[in-house]
Write a protein that binds this ligand. Structure first.
Ligand code: C2E
Ligand code: MG
Ligand code: MG
Ligand code: MG
Length: 283
């Protein structure tokens, strides 16, 4: 442990850690400005029906176009935004922007696609989350069922009882709820059973080697079985080739998402994707 060496030795023994710490402090300040400066934007990744491969939803994924660093991915700044509290403002911006995008797609005649938005731990526990979700839906002329909120298992485990209450509040708005990165947390089966959610998103670490690893195939089959037995739907994430898609379909996954179908797309590219898909379905 670096700490055991005393603070004075940190730089000497851990140059890489030292660097990431100063980078962190710089980014922290810049995060606050980024929203005001309009440096965030969303990509959208299609979620398709496992059987028909028609698009049923889009997941909004946030990116930060940093003036000097270039594109910064969410794994790098969401944890930081969580620890500084900036996540509240960033999260409402994401929600608003995703809802407005769906409103635009509705206006283009895409009546069925849903929008999925990721929620972080801090966001889930914000006292006014229900109200801001309701307000975002209302401003975009959407209904609760048009929106899906994705929450990771580890987020829920930070405060299990409070999380259930929050999920119930969201669910009462008609919003769909799903457990993201399913299988990577430490929830007990007893806790999972109590969660008022509609679906599980099978983590891509299990999907990746489904073709070569008996164990991963078993894990996927077990997760699908568990979802089924709990009356839930299951989405597989990280589907990268047709073999994986075929296997997951055969296991009984309801929805598939991954590079095989589409990468996360800029708004205009996502709109094109929807249009091309509609044309090919009509042809
Ligand atoms: P996630 O919600 O589990 O999103 C899936 C991640 O896997 C995305 O990374 C996506 O680009 C990537 N991905 C999708 N298909 C494939 C595939 O076939 N292969 C591989 N290797 N990767 C694939 P991304 O966009 O970097 O997001 C990472 C995480 O950051 C997300 O994981 C989510 O937890 C978080 N995140 C993203 N946007 C938001 C947001 O608006 N709010 C919050 N709170 N968290 C967000
Ligand atoms: Mg997600
Ligand atoms: Mg995930
Ligand atoms: Mg993830």
């Amino acid at each position: 442990e670096a700490r055991d060496l005393g603070p004075g030795n940190l730089r000497m023994f851990h140059p890489s850690l030292q660097q990431s710490l100063s980078e962190r402090i710089g980014l922290e300040n810049e995060l606050k400005e980024a929203l005001v400066n309009g440096e965030f934007f969303l990509h959208y990744q299609p979620q398709v029906c496992a059987v028909t491969e028609r698009v049923l939803g889009m997941e909004a994924l946030v990116r930060w176009q940093h003036p000097e660093l270039g594109l910064v991915m969410p794994d790098k700044f969401i944890p930081l935004a969580e620890s500084t509290g900036a996540i509240a403002a960033i999260g409402s911006w994401v929600l608003e922007t995703a809802c407005k995008q769906l409103q635009d797609w509705r206006a283009l005649g895409f009546g069925d696609v849903r929008m999925a938005v990721n929620l972080s731990a801090q966001q889930l526990l914000l006292s006014d989350l229900g109200e801001s979700v309701q307000a975002a839906l209302k401003r975009a002329g959407l209904m609760g069922a048009d929106l899906e909120l994705e929450i990771t298992e580890s987020v829920l485990m930070q405060d299990p009882q409070r999380s259930i209450e929050k999920l119930e509040e969201l669910r009462s708005l008609g919003v769909r709820l799903s457990i993201d990165d399913f299988g990577t947390g430490y929830s007990s089966l007893g806790y999972l059973k109590m969660l008022p959610v509609h679906s599980f998103k099978l983590d891509r670490s299990f999907v990746r080697d489904i073709g070569t690893s008996e164990k991963d195939l078993e894990i996927c089959a077990t997760a699908v079985g568990l979802a089924r037995n709990l009356g839930l739907e299951i989405v597989a994430e990280g589907v990268e080739d047709s073999e994986q898609a075929a296997q997951l379909r055969q296991l009984g996954c309801n929805f598939l998402q991954g590079y095989y179908f589409a990468r996360p797309l800029a708004a205009y590219a996502a709109t094109n994707y929807l249009m091309e898909e509609r044309e090919s379905a009509a042809a």
